[in-house]
Design a protein around this ligand. Structure first.
Ligand code: GAR
Length: 188
């Protein structure tokens, strides 16, 4: 059984979708969800699914080995960033080469980088009158949103779209594709 670890900072709809997907399969499972946010809804979702969680603060991630050591103990096959808003330190990246992936709610390299997350991305996409957007799943390296691309899928935007309606389209794409891509990486 392959082991998946998820990092999430907020709602955790992707985390829950991945938990559900793999709870119905026997090749892999989500073994722990890491979060830096004690008020994150992802914690309630994990409780409902009886998934272990690890709450840490920014300093523990950036200035100590707490998180890295916890990951080394688990020895996961894949570390999935699903709405995780802090930068992963290089010590963790080098301990898990090609094992950390992220989902971004836009067509990278557009609309990536520091501060570009969640609704900030969709607002920028709409105010620039883009005619399409999408999701990008990519490996994580030491720069925000710059690791090698694994998968992209697009959706159209019309002049009637709002940041909220774009967010809904992106959510649908994420729910549909993210677990499937994770599964294919684990089976490679
Ligand atoms: C997702 O749309 C994800 O792509 C985005 O945050 C949302 C998290 O939602 N990630 C980023 O913007 C990273 N730069 P969730 O907590 O409901 O899964």
């Amino acid at each position: 059984m392959k082991q998946i670890v998820i990092f999430a900072s907020g709602s955790g709809s992707n985390a829950e979708n991945i938990i559900r997907y793999f709870s119905q399969r026997n090749n892999a499972k989500v073994v722990r969800v890491f979060t830096n946010n004690s008020r994150a809804t992802v914690l309630e979702r994990c409780e409902r699914h009886r998934i272990d969680t690890h709450l840490f603060n920014r300093e523990a991630l950036l200035q100590t080995n707490e998180v890295r050591n916890a990951l080394i103990n688990i020895n996961p096959d894949l570390i999935v960033l699903a709405g995780f808003l802090l930068k992963i330190p290089s010590a963790i990246i080098s301990s898990f080469p090609n094992k950390i992936i992220n989902i971004h709610p836009a067509l990278l390299p557009k609309y990536g980088g520091k501060g570009m997350y969640g609704m900030h991305v969709h607002k920028a996409v709409v105010s620039n009158k883009e005619i399409e957007t999408g999701i990008t799943i990519h490996y994580v390296n030491k720069n925000y949103d710059e690791g090698a691309m694994i998968f992209q899928v697009k959706c159209k935007i019309s002049s009637l779209d709002t940041p909220e309606s774009v967010a809904a389209k992106i959510h649908t794409l994420e729910m549909q594709h993210f677990p499937v891509i994770i599964n294919s990486l684990l089976n490679d």
